[in-house]
Design a protein around this ligand. Structure first.
Ligand code: CUA
Length: 179
């Protein structure tokens, strides 16, 4: 039995209508989420000028790395740049809320910390912020996962998660990896 050309055309058009319908439903869902529910990319919308990043109080080099704020909040700041993280290694305490803040002076980078749910893009002009609790101690690899240029595959850092008893910030509240 051979289907006639007319029958085949009919089937094709029916499937095309199904696909167009699905695309339409998805488009409506995206517009509804964005406009009516105000669902935006999961990040705090905080802007920073990438051209003067290194001159800002927050992302100047002496202020990078891990710091325990006076209220006890642990904040780790890093600059992601072609093709390195500054600093290359950060130390954080296990089982304690940690806020990670990233900014970039050049192009889009992406970071993830292996074995954790930390995963975000770092976009010029914005501060990327992630709240997390590291539950296991150890040296965790943090590679760049957004292609950012020829040195992309060499771009990575280490997150050294230490038990809270070994987390010893200095008088300023700063903690850094052993040299
Ligand atoms: Cu930075 Cu890839």
């Amino acid at each position: 039995m051979h289907a006639s050309e007319r029958e085949i055309l009919g089937q094709e058009l029916r499937w095309a209508a199904v696909v167009a319908g699905i695309v339409g439903v998805v488009m409506v869902a995206i517009l509804y989420a964005g406009l009516a529910l105000r669902t935006n990319p999961p990040s705090n919308l905080e802007t920073v000028d990438p051209k003067t990043l290194h001159l800002t109080a927050e992302f100047s080099e002496p202020n990078l790395g891990t710091r325990v704020e006076p209220n006890g909040q642990v904040t780790t700041r890093m600059v992601t740049a072609q093709f390195a993280f500054v600093p290359r290694c950060v130390v954080v305490p296990a089982n304690r809320p940690v806020t990670l803040r990233f900014a970039t002076p050049d192009v889009i980078h992406g970071i993830l910390v292996t074995g954790t749910n930390v995963n975000t893009m770092v976009i010029p002009g914005f501060v990327s912020q992630v709240h997390t609790v590291f539950t296991r101690s150890g040296q965790l690899l943090m590679p760049c996962h957004e292609y950012c240029g020829l040195g992309h595959s060499q771009m990575w850092a280490t997150v050294n998660v230490v038990p809270e008893s070994e987390f010893k910030p200095d008088a300023d509240g700063r903690a850094s990896c052993a040299p």
